[in-house]
Write a protein that binds this ligand. Structure first.
Ligand code: SF4
Ligand code: SF4
Length: 344
């Protein structure tokens, strides 16, 4: 039981930081059209700095570390990083593009509760076009290795960012996840309203119409989602499809809102109350999308996590007042009960 985590959910001060998303590198070996992370940034956190960070996070009640990036498996000392957090006894999850999964799985699988692999198309052509590099077959080999591992394995999930180039493949993606032995699949819409995930190319935002749906496509997408809700009802019920039918329909509403067809879906999120995102160079953010409130290189975590600035962000998010939340595609909502019982 965690009274402190519960108190986090009802106030603007953080007593503990149970979930941290750590970008171990912002370098990537794919070239997705939705993102411009390519090369690692100069001055990434060293292993020694991560050891110190892990100690501070442990003191602040860390329960779950999620590795993201960039592509975490590109970092050569990634296994060492996992080992550091293992010593602190925290749950570990990996967000990966899967390109190096087959090669590195044996080295790292023992650390993970869940490995989440991004796949952006139900076939090689769509996936490779979106991801910018021929990678579909290698990623499926990685998933196959993971799900067939005889020494026990983490939960293996597929995650797809649904957008203009793949929304018609929603049913095919569910079938693909099943036929490749994944444990579940989840869907997000593409973030076209911010420069999170490095969506800024040469200082200019890319054309969102390459990614977002036209009004006609929104209507088609709604029809596809409604059919999926009927055809795959058992998969919603079993949790194989992570989202509820209502949440899947919110993806349609998000793209509809971008075309002025409806309001943006109402969000319920408490990411800044229970988590933080730390980038590969040590900047700390309330979530993927809101600006940094400091650097763990310059200031101790203890002094950082309850500044007036971050407390104001928490207040704005709680009151549905933060402008960034209104168009958000990726929310987190840890209920008071889950916080109390430390379910992170
Ligand atoms: S979306 Fe992920 S896999 Fe694609 S370029 Fe960006 S970091 Fe790499
Ligand atoms: S709704 Fe989105 S932008 Fe707002 S706090 Fe949550 S994750 Fe951040």
């Amino acid at each position: 039981m965690s009274i402190n985590a519960f108190l986090n959910t009802i106030s603007n001060s953080a007593r503990i930081l149970p979930i941290v998303i750590l970008y171990v590198t912002e370098g990537c070996n794919l070239k997705c059209i939705t993102c411009s992370y390519r090369d690692a940034l100069p001055g990434e956190l060293s292993l020694q700095e991560i050891i110190e960070l892990a100690g501070q996070l442990h003191d602040f009640g860390l329960k779950h570390i999620v590795y993201s990036g960039g592509e975490p498996l590109l970092r050569r000392d990634f296994k060492d990083i996992c080992g550091i957090f293992k010593q602190h006894g925290v749950k570990q999850s990996l967000l990966t593009n899967g390109l190096l999964l087959e090669k590195r799985f044996n080295d790292i699988f023992e650390y993970f509760h869940e490995i989440i692999v991004s796949i952006d198309g139900a076939n090689a052509e769509t996936h490779n076009r979106i991801r910018g590099i021929s990678s579909f077959d290698r990623i499926l080999k990685g998933i196959s290795k993971a799900v067939k591992n005889k020494k026990g394995r983490p939960v293996v999930s597929i995650r797809t960012v649904i957008q203009k180039n793949n929304f018609r493949e929603l049913p095919g993606l569910i079938d693909l996840a099943k036929s490749n032995g994944a444990d579940r699949i989840s869907f997000l819409s593409a973030d076209v309203a911010s420069n999170a995930f490095g969506r800024e190319i040469n200082g200019a935002a890319p054309d969102e119409t390459d990614i977002s749906l036209s009004a006609v496509e929104v209507e088609k997408f709604r029809e596809i989602v409604n059919n999926v809700i009927i055809k795959y009802s058992g998969d919603f019920y079993s949790g194989f499809i992570s989202e509820s039918p209502q949440k899947l329909l919110k993806l349609v509403d998000y793209y509809g809102a971008l075309r002025g067809m409806n309001e943006f879906p109402k969000i319920f999120c408490n990411a800044p109350m229970v988590s933080a995102v730390i980038t590969s160079t040590g900047n700390i953010h309330p979530c993927f999308f809101i600006e940094s409130y400091g650097s763990i290189r310059k200031t101790d975590l203890e002094a950082l996590i309850n500044t007036d600035e971050i407390k104001q962000v928490r207040k704005d998010v709680r009151n549905f007042m933060h402008p960034r939340c209104k168009t958000c595609v990726c929310t987190m909502n840890i209920s008071k009960k889950n916080a109390l019982f430390s379910r992170f």
